[in-house]
Design a protein around this ligand. Structure first.
Ligand code: GLV
Length: 309
C-alpha cells in the first residue's frame, strides 16, 4: 500500500510529518522521493500539477485536502478516479467564525468607529439591528453551508438557504431551491455565498442577481471567485454606496495589484483565508475514510462528475 502526499500549503513539512504519524507503518511518499509511480494507490493532494498527476496511472482514490474539488476536476488528465472529499466540521466552524466576523463588522457598523478613531472623533452611537432582526441567506446550503446556517441560527439570526437540487428531508432552516431563487434573494438582508466552482455556478452572482438584493445589504463570498461576475459586482458597488461586499475568493488569485476591487470603500478583501484546512482534524477525517475504504474495499466517488461537485 503506497500513499503519495502533495500540497502547496505553506506548512507542507508539518502536514507530511503528521500524515506519517497518523498512517503509522504505511509508506507515504512525496514526489521528491521519486517513488515507483505505478505503485501509488492513494494520493492525498491540494493543487497537484497535471504533469505530476498524469504519472499516477494506478490510483485507486484521490483524497482532497480542501473542501473544494475543482483543483482535481480541472486537471486535463483527470477522468473518473474516485475522489474523497474533505468533509470536516472543524473547517466549517472556521468558515463560520469568518462569516460571523464579517456579519458583526457590518451589523455593528464597526468600520464607522474605525474611521472616527483615525480622525480622533468620539462618534455618537449609531443605530444597529439585533440578530433576530436580520435574515441571513446561505447560497449553497451543502455540508459547510448547513453548519454555518445552524450556528447562525443558534445565536438568533433568521436563516434561509438556497440549494440547486430540491431538498427531500427536513432541514434545520428553510431551504429554497431552483425556481425560488428570487424569493431567497429578496428576503435576505445578508447573503453568504458558499457556492463551489462548477460550470453551473460560473457568474451566478451577476447584475440580475445583485439588482434583486436589498439596497442596504452585504454579500459575503467564501465559496469560489468564479461564481461572481466581478465586473457586475464592481459597477453595483459603485452605484450603491450602502451595499457592501466581503470577499475572500476571486476569479484570479492572488488578486492583481491593479484590480479595482482593492480600492472600493464598500469592500473588504481577505486573501482566501476563511476556510484554511484544519491540519489535525483534516488528517483525522482522511484517515477514517481511508480505513473504511481498506476495510470494505468499496470506493465511491464523492463527486458527481455531471454536476462537477
Ligand atoms: C478552500 O478553499 C477549500 O476548498 O477547502
Amino acid at each position: 500500500m503506497n500513499i503519495l502526499f502533495h500540497s502547496t500549503f505553506i506548512n507542507n513539512k508539518q502536514w507530511l510529518r503528521n500524515i506519517k504519524k497518523k498512517f503509522k507503518g504505511k509508506k507515504i511518499y512525496t514526489f521528491k522521493d521519486k517513488p515507483n509511480y505505478d505503485k501509488i494507490d492513494y494520493a492525498i493532494v491540494w493543487n497537484l500539477p497535471d504533469k505530476l498527476f498524469a504519472k499516477l496511472k494506478n490510483l485507486r482514490a484521490i483524497f482532497s485536502l480542501g473542501a473544494g474539488v475543482e483543483h482535481i476536476l480541472n486537471l486535463p488528465s483527470y477522468k473518473d478516479t474516485p475522489i474523497v472529499r474533505l468533509k470536516d466540521p472543524a473547517l466549517a466552524d472556521r468558515i463560520f467564525n469568518h462569516v460571523l466576523s464579517q456579519i458583526l463588522n457590518h451589523q455593528l457598523k464597526l468600520e464607522h468607529y474605525r474611521k472616527a478613531q483615525k480622525a480622533k472623533i468620539w462618534q455618537n452611537e449609531l443605530d444597529t439591528y439585533l440578530n433576530n432582526q436580520i435574515q441571513v441567506g446561505i447560497l449553497g446550503a451543502g455540508f459547510i453551508g448547513t453548519i454555518v446556517g445552524q450556528n447562525l441560527q443558534k445565536i438568533n439570526y433568521n436563516v434561509v438557504g438556497f440549494k440547486n437540487t430540491p431538498v427531500k428531508k427536513k432541514n434545520f432552516f428553510q431551504i429554497y431551491s431552483k425556481n425560488k431563487l428570487n424569493d431567497f434573494i429578496k428576503s435576505s438582508d445578508i447573503i453568504i455565498s458558499i457556492l463551489p466552482s462548477t460550470p453551473n455556478t460560473t457568474n451566478f452572482i451577476n447584475k440580475n442577481f445583485l439588482r434583486k438584493m436589498k439596497k442596504k445589504s452585504l454579500l459575503i463570498n467564501v465559496g469560489r471567485g468564479t461564481s461572481v461576475n466581478e465586473k457586475d459586482l464592481i459597477s453595483h458597488l459603485k452605484s450603491n454606496k450602502n451595499f457592501y461586499a466581503s470577499l475572500d475568493v476571486f476569479k484570479e488569485e492572488p488578486l492583481s495589484k491593479k484590480h479595482p476591487l482593492w480600492s472600493l470603500k464598500n469592500v473588504i478583501i481577505t486573501p482566501h483565508i476563511a476556510g484554511v484546512t484544519v491540519l489535525d482534524s483534516a488528517i483525522e477525517q482522511i484517515h477514517n475514510r481511508w480505513l473504511q475504504i481498506t476495510k470494505t474495499g468499496i470506493i465511491k466517488n464523492d463527486v458527481n462528475l455531471k454536476k462537477g461537485y
